[in-house]
Design a protein around this ligand. Structure first.
Ligand code: NAD
Length: 337
């Protein structure tokens, strides 16, 4: 791990640190970090849970809490969340509720977590009824990013991060979209642009009462697909497919559709857009989305690449079962239509 991250952690006010990580990141970076902190006068406890979206659950949250209670964690403690978006979301949720809230430091180790999940203070766990349905807002005191973590990340996981970057560009910045299309910015520059774009939106609407919903482009369908696949489809892939299907829904509602440009860019980044299960319950799953209004799901709609439709500051539009019906016919790997 880069020394810059080590040094910054040493300035942490709390001396009782709980490093929460998963079973992949723990052996790669967590154990070393824990030792380093112990050698520098901190009490550092490493808590690991099995890697993967299926473990982003209330049971995992309870497990982490019990480990902290056993170790005597109190308000003098701080959680250091070290990992991808799953670790950041669960550990952040523990920090939000443990002893009614303790400080949180985020160290994102996937591209998706660096450019997206580490920004904005959203924390959550999944339930059998749907994704991210139980959670809270809890802002980290510090976010420590270092691209060298990506050296051990698989190509498939990198692609999940590219999808969120493409989403930021599609909703907020057409020049950035062109840069990504032409591959004419470095990964570090792209992370910086994405962090800046998402941070600006979060600052304007921290509790998602309107504008922040645009960050959910592709997510009404994406979350439904993740849940329907029992999390065998990764978040990044599900959101890419979600952006395409939501573009088709926008088209059927008479709005602009970014379908062709999005499909081209996803293909150039070799994002797997196939699905091997039918979408016949897609609408029911979409209804459980947090943006739903009286159980009618709503989707974010682009005005063009780089901007979104406002709809009286609501920033999302109801999608009826009929709009969804054509998509429900999709049965196999034939996606997109
Ligand atoms: N809170 C938010 O604002 C927000 C935003 C976007 C996404 N998310 C959430 O993020 C999650 C997806 O995050 P993700 O894509 O990072 O998935 P993830 O956390 O499951 O990580 C993907 C895999 O990579 C492994 N890994 C992590 N860092 C590694 C490294 N440096 N080297 C090798 N392997 C490593 C993990 O162990 C895991 O197996 C979803 O649950 C999604 O809902 C949250």
């Amino acid at each position: 791990m880069a020394p810059s991250i080590y040094q910054k952690l040493l300035k942490c006010r709390q001396k009782n640190l709980f490093i929460v990580t998963d079973s992949t990141v723990g052996p790669l970076y967590g154990e070393e970090l824990s030792l380093f902190l112990q050698e520098n006068g901190f009490k550092a406890t490493l808590i690991q849970f099995p890697a993967g979206e299926v473990f982003k659950t209330r049971a995992t949250k309870e497990y982490i809490e019990d480990e902290m209670l056993k170790a005597g964690a109190g308000r003098d403690s701080c959680i250091v969340a070290l990992g991808g978006g799953v670790v950041l979301d669960v550990a952040g949720f523990v920090a939000a509720t443990y002893a009614r809230g303790i400080p949180l430091i985020l160290i994102p180790t996937t591209l998706l977590a660096m450019c997206d999940a580490s920004i904005g203070g959203k924390t959550a766990v999944n339930t059998p009824y749907g994704k991210n349905l139980i959670g809270s807002y809890h802002m980290p005191e510090l976010v420590l990013r270092d691209v060298s973590f990506l050296e051990t990340l698989s190509e498939e996981e990198l692609k999940n991060g590219y999808v969120e970057m493409i989403k930021h560009a599609a909703i907020l910045d057409k020049n950035y979209f062109e840069l990504l299309e032409k591959r004419s910015c470095s990964l570090e520059e792209a992370i910086e642009i994405s962090v800046m774009l998402k941070s600006k939106v979060v600052a304007l609407d921290p509790q998602e009462s309107g504008l922040r919903r645009i960050l959910n482009f592709g997510h009404t369908v994406g979350h439904a697909i993740e849940s329907m696949s029992n999390y065998t489809v990764s978040h990044g892939r599900a959101v890419a497919i979600g952006m395409l299907l939501e573009s088709q829904m926008a088209d059927s509602l008479g709005f602009y559709s970014a379908y062709d440009r999005l499909k081209t860019i996803f293909e150039s980044y070799e994002i797997d857009l196939s699905l091997d299960f039918p979408l016949d319950t897609l609408y029911e799953h979409m209804c459980l989305d947090k943006k739903s209004d009286t159980f009618v799901p709503r989707i974010v709609i682009l005005e063009e690449i780089g901007t979104t439709q406002k709809f009286d500051n609501v920033y999302c539009y109801p999608c009826t079962r009929l709009n969804c019906q054509k998509l429900q016919m999709v049965k196999t790997k034939a996606l997109p239509l």
